[in-house]
Every structure is written in structure tokens, then in C-alpha cells.
Design a protein around this ligand. Structure first.
Ligand SMILES: *[C@@H]1O[C@H](CO)[C@@H](O)[C@H](O)[C@H]1NC(C)=O
Ligand SMILES: *[C@@H]1O[C@H](CO)[C@@H](O)[C@H](O)[C@H]1NC(C)=O
Length: 208
């Protein structure tokens, strides 16, 4: 009698990288990085999971194919000893008019609360107000690899601005959004491409 088998099919977000072009031994031999994709039954939005910072903070992020950044809420007790803010007058701070963010007196310094920091405009399509976050560098963890500490992401410290519910409309439990816009140098695919020998910034979405 045949043994019954159970098969799990993982739906993945795959960033293709040719193994021959990989610059680092750390890069998976399979030639790609994958992230899990889940669907939220209430909002029907897709989300994925990543890790960021030191200690590693695991979080779910809504997938936004028009978003320019990976942004997350670094409010509350969030902190990371490997976080480095990007200064507002550095060439890495995107124009045309770099906006300077300072930490208000009385709030402890941590990601989202540093001085002379590059503040960028963020987008949550479900929020009917504009908000911003601080551009910084930190480690990013995917299931297969840890990306260098120079990985750009944006944190928005919601606890400093409680009147702005920045996560409004996103799937329950998500902490921000993974932007995959084509033109942005700050997306995950662009940064994987520049970290690993300028391989093409291509990805495939397999949606559940
Ligand atoms: C966050 O971590 C940094 C670096 O370890 C530390 O200097 C800072 O005091 C911490 N801030 C808070 C609010 O814990
Ligand atoms: C950061 O800037 C704020 C506002 O300008 C100021 O009150 C605070 O003292 C500064 N903190 C540090 C550590 O420089």
C-alpha cells in the first residue's frame, strides 16, 4: 500500500541572482533569495517576513509594489545597536530637498530618534495623511542570508507621533511595508543587486 504523502508548496518572493556572478560566499548556491508570502484574510493584502537590526527583530511587512523603501515602525521598545542614521546633508540622502529630522528633547536616542538625520516621505496608501521616517543603515535578515550592515531602510517612530496611525489599513500584525518600486535605489532588489556584483534587480512574485 502506498504511503500517503504530505507536500507543502511554499509561495515565495524570489530575487534572482546568477550564481556565477555572486560576489560573496554568503550568497545561496541556489542563485536566489526567497521570502515567504502570506495573504491576510481580512484585508486580502500580501505580506512577507524579514528580520532587521541587532538584536534581530523579526517582523511582517505588507508588500507594496509601488513603494520606494522598506519602512517599519520603530516605536515603543524598538532599538538596534547596529543602526546608523544617514545624515541629512550626506549624498545618500535623496533630494530634491533633503529634510532634516531631529530627536525632540525628552525622547531617548534610538532608531527613529537621532539628530541631523535624513527624513524621507513614506507612503501607506491607506493612510490619508503624509508621514515620514528616518533613513538609516542596518543589517537585514532574509531566510537564507544576512545582508550587510549598509542595508538602507527607513524607520518611523510611531510612538513619537501617536496622532498619526502610520500602520492604518495594513494587515493586522504587520509593522510596515516592503517597497518594490522599479525606479528606487532603496528597494530590496536594488540593494541586493548593488551588494552582489550588480546582478540585475529582478524578482518574481508567486502570490497565494
Ligand atoms: C539604543 O541602543 C544604543 C546603542 O546600543 C544606545 O546607545 C541607546 O542608549 C539605546 N537607546 C535606548 C532608548 O535604549
Ligand atoms: C537633538 O536635537 C534636539 C532638537 O534640536 C535637541 O533638543 C537635543 O538636545 C539634541 N540632542 C542631542 C543629543 O544633540
Amino acid at each position: 500500500m502506498a504511503t500517503p504523502t504530505c507536500v507543502l508548496y511554499f509561495c515565495v518572493l524570489v530575487f534572482f541572482v546568477s550564481p556565477s556572478l555572486s560576489a560573496s560566499n554568503e550568497f545561496p548556491k541556489t542563485g536566489y533569495i526567497s521570502l515567504p508570502i502570506n495573504i491576510d484574510p481580512t484585508t486580502h493584502q500580501h505580506f512577507t517576513s524579514i528580520g532587521i537590526g541587532t538584536p534581530r527583530h523579526n517582523m511582517n511587512l505588507a508588500i507594496d509594489i509601488s513603494g520606494s523603501y522598506l519602512w517599519y515602525d520603530c516605536g515603543g521598545n524598538y532599538n538596534s545597536s547596529s543602526y546608523n542614521p544617514v545624515l541629512w546633508d550626506s549624498p545618500q540622502c535623496p533630494g530634491p530637498e533633503p529634510f532634516q529630522s531631529n530627536c525632540d528633547a525628552g525622547f531617548p536616542f534610538k532608531p527613529g530618534c537621532t539628530n541631523n538625520t535624513c527624513n524621507v516621505a513614506l507612503d501607506n496608501p491607506f493612510a490619508d495623511f503624509g508621514f515620514g521616517g528616518d533613513l538609516g543603515h542596518d543589517f537585514l535578515f532574509t531566510p537564507q542570508i544576512k545582508l550587510p550592515q549598509t542595508f538602507f531602510s527607513v524607520c518611523s517612530e510611531s510612538s513619537r507621533f501617536p496622532q498619526l496611525p502610520i500602520l492604518v489599513g495594513l494587515p493586522k500584525g504587520t509593522k510596515g511595508s516592503l517597497g518594490l518600486a522599479r525606479q528606487s535605489p532603496f528597494t530590496l532588489q536594488s540593494q541586493i543587486s548593488s551588494s552582489f556584483n550588480n546582478v540585475p534587480p529582478k524578482f518574481t512574485l508567486c502570490l497565494p
